[in-house]
Design a protein around this ligand. Structure first.
Ligand SMILES: Nc1ncnc2c1ncn2[C@@H]1O[C@H](COP(=O)(O)OP(=O)(O)OP(=O)(O)O)[C@@H](O)[C@H]1O
Ligand SMILES: [Mg+2]
Length: 215
């Protein structure tokens, strides 16, 4: 999916977080968003997902202004902090099959296997560790058949083996033309996939760099 961010500004009441942000991504391009705590990474991601309201003509996905899109399709999202409490018992398999609209197929199985979910596939979601739960949310975003995949600090709490597995999956998706936007404080694991870097700082200052200009 193509992403075109055009003079995007955003403020919470008085505080400017995004100030005239501009860049474009083509199919299969990988953007890494970096910046200190509070620099606006999650705010930017929430604007892309219409969780926060932006003005018309600020963000286009393919050729559609996001304000004109009624239902988002083919967008996978892993939020930064997952707040999760199910009052009723639900298993990992139920969570994942319910977010997969097709019958279980080879792609489904490959996602489950590569994130090593089998060992707790039948367990109740409430019994998982933080990193296991994060992997479920990553899997769910991948199962959405994304053309645009947006992940806000997806590796927090995930062990190094599973981060490697995630990097492999992201590389495969990128090769298939999926556009990927990922925010992170741990840049090393995405370095080889990154095409562009959006480096954010306070008060809406930012740099949009090609990966080879990035230290
Ligand atoms: N709902 C909100 N209302 C008011 N201000 C907010 C709100 N959410 C975030 N902010 C402020 O906007 C700024 C950007 O926050 P944001 O969460 O986008 O930063 P971030 O780069 O994702 O930080 P982190 O690395 O800690 O996740 C911060 O100063 C924050 O205090
Ligand atoms: Mg954040």
């Amino acid at each position: 999916m193509r992403v075109n961010v055009n003079n995007l500004s955003f403020a919470y009441t008085q505080k400017i977080v995004l100030n005239k942000l501009n860049f474009k991504l083509e199919d299969g391009e990988f953007l890494t968003v970096v910046g200190r705590n509070g620099s606006g990474k999650s705010t930017f991601i929430k604007c892309l997902l219409k969780i926060l309201k932006v003005s018309d003509n600020s963000i286009y996905l393919d050729d559609a202004d996001i304000n004109s899109i009624r239902k988002f399709q083919n967008i996978g999202y892993v939020p930064q902090r997952i707040e999760f409490s199910y009052e009723f018992p639900i298993t990992v398999s139920e969570v994942l099959t319910s977010s997969y609209l097709k019958r279980k197929d080879a792609y489904y199985t490959s996602v489950i296997n590569s994130l090593d979910i089998n060992q707790f596939y039948r367990d109740n979601i409430n019994t998982l560790s933080g990193g296991q739960l994060q992997r479920i949310f990553i899997a769910r975003a991948l199962l959405n058949n994304p053309k645009l995949l947006i992940m806000d600090e997806p590796t927090v709490g995930v062990d190094s083996e599973n981060i490697k597995a995630l990097v492999k999956i992201l590389g495969d998706l990128k090769a298939r033309g999926v556009t990927i936007i990922i925010s992170t404080h741990e840049v090393d694991f995405v370095r080889e996939l990154t095409d562009y870097v959006l480096a954010m700082s306070e008060l809406g200052d930012y740099k949009f760099l090609e990966a080879d200009q990035w230290q």
